[in-house]
Design a protein around this ligand. Structure first.
Ligand code: FES
Length: 509
């Protein structure tokens, strides 16, 4: 009775063209047409549609030919990663069925519940306005095509080669994959920003029917991982201490996600809360709680970048004006519509691992899996299906990847793990908050004589891409302007918050 239409479509009927993005009715990637109206299938109970007509993206093609609306999406490049695309197409189809020639305002209104994080909105609107141009057209060709016939490629617009698969729901993303005998995993995370772990009792979770394995820090490798070899500081599951709300503590594999979630509620963790540091300037103070004991000699400084050339004091002396100002760039989060998902499967003898992951960096993931699992890279195969947006947030190995591998090895069955939308906010690696103090010397003719740039980055609990971010923040400024005298001093501080990482030009001011 609690099964949603989305679950029935994807898991019972194998119609994976209907995408799972948020389970909250917010993103629109699971849109289907129900008796002529677009609905979010994650919000509709399957029993409620008994006797109704449900159209999914798989139902738009006729006799192997795309619907003209799909052709228009293809020809006009109205998609990028493609994860929102089936929902966008169906919301648009419901609109043109009601009103074949909608206005731009009507299109915007109709797509109000469908998000595209790749930002294809203008092209989507354009594709809907011109869908009739593709009625009776066999091959969707780009409207920008102006070739003179001499060159078949140069000077013409061309549809993306993967667009037909994306507008039909054929493009397979990691969460779409179902393997025989597959289990589902979930991760238990810390409710505290900073605490030591005194004990973990998993006995009740292990006894729950349907639970196949429970792991904690003692069951996984002690090898630390991360992005920068000089700063490997992440653990697959916390052993002694948690450092942010969301730090991973235990993981469960069960016959389905709901059972795995129930099992998480039965795990008892005895924490001793520690004072938390939530501000990078607090983190610098003498006597501030130390987040990583191994870095005690530097207190909470995660990385420090000192870069200068010329003579800034001389440059300021030559300036006609001096501007001093603090600029602050806030945290932001990538929020790709596709949640992160990992599926691990071992060969029958447990020697070789195949991992499907919604990753931007399959080679890097292979390298980190090899280090942590202490296996040669040749025994680890990483498969990156289509990825539904990343923007830097899927650019590093994640606890989910390691946990699915451990759980699959213990159970001898494939294990799929998917972050919920709220888990994504804890585990993805958003943009650093930066406090940028700039002193700039300027001549009246517009020349810059000197720049002194002091920067403090709020890094969160682990390094992630932070070494590189702190470096980019300082090294990019002299690439924009001719600056003869330059001084940069950047410090990335550890704080008890979700780690920040690579988000679209990270660090670049
Ligand atoms: Fe819309 Fe990527 S194309 S979310």
């Amino acid at each position: 009775p609690n099964t949603t239409l989305l679950e029935v479509l994807r898991e019972h009927l194998g119609l994976a063209g209907t995408k799972r993005g948020c389970d909250l009715g917010d993103c629109g990637s699971c849109t289907v047409i129900l008796d002529g109206d677009p609905v979010k299938s994650c919000l509709v109970l399957a029993v409620a549609v008994d006797g109704s007509a449900v159209t999914t993206i798989e139902g738009l093609e006729r006799d192997g030919s795309l619907h003209p609306l799909q052709k228009s999406f293809v020809a006009r490049g109205a998609l990028q990663c493609g994860y929102c695309t089936p929902g966008m197409v169906l919301a648009s189809k419901a609109l043109i069925d009601r009103k074949p020639d909608p206005t731009v305002e009507e299109i915007k209104e109709a797509l109000g519940g469908n998000l595209c994080r790749c930002g294809s909105y203008q092209r989507i609107i354009d594709a809907i306005r011109h869908w009739r141009d593709y009625v009776g057209v066999d091959e969707p060709a780009s409207p920008a095509g102006k070739g003179d016939g001499t060159h078949r490629v140069v000077g013409r617009g061309h549809p993306r080669s993967d667009a037909p698969d994306k507008v039909t729901g054929r493009a397979v993303f990691t969460e779409d994959i179902q393997l025989s005998g597959m289990l589902h995993g979930k991760v238990l995370t810390s409710p505290h920003a900073h605490a030591t772990i005194r004990a973990i009792d998993t006995s009740a979770a292990e006894a729950l029917p349907g639970v196949k394995a429970v792991i904690t820090g003692k069951d996984v490798s002690e090898v630390l991982y991360g992005v920068s070899p000089a700063r490997y500081d992440e653990q697959v599951l916390a052993r002694d201490k948690v450092r942010f709300v969301g730090d991973e503590v235990a993981a469960v594999a069960a016959v389905d996600e709901a059972t795995a979630e129930r099992a998480l509620e039965l795990i008892r963790v005895d924490y001793e809360k520690l004072p938390a540091v939530l501000d990078p300037f607090e983190a610098m103070r003498d006597g501030a709680p130390v987040i990583h004991e191994a870095a005690r000699n530097k207190i909470n400084v995660n990385t420090q970048v000192d870069h200068h050339f010329g003579d800034v004091e001389k440059g300021f002396a030559e300036a006609d004006e001096i501007l001093e100002r603090r600029f602050t760039g806030n945290f932001t989060y990538q929020s790709p519509i596709e949640p992160h998902c990992s599926i691990s499967q071992w060969d029958h003898d447990g020697r070789n691992l195949t991992l499907w992951s919604a990753t931007q960096v399959p080679h890097y993931l292979q390298h980190q899996m090899s280090r942590v699992l202490e296996l040669p890279m040749a025994r680890i195969r990483i498969i990156k299906p289509f990825v539904g947006g990343g923007f830097g947030g899927k650019a590093e190995a994640m606890a989910l990847d390691f946990c699915s591998a451990y759980l699959a090895r213990i159970t001898g069955r494939p294990v799929k793990m998917t972050y919920s939308r709220s888990e994504m906010f804890h585990h993805n690696r958003g943009r650093h908050k930066q406090y940028m103090d700039l002193k700039i010397g300027i001549k009246r003719d517009g020349r810059i004589t000197a720049v002194d740039f002091g920067n403090v980055l709020d890094g969160g609990a682990y390094t992630s891409f932070g070494v590189i971010t702190a470096y980019y923040a300082g090294f990019m400024i002299p690439t924009l302007y001719k600056i003869p005298n330059y001084k940069y001093f950047g410090r990335r501080m550890y704080t008890n918050k979700p780690p920040c990482g690579a988000m679209r030009g990270h660090g670049v001011p």
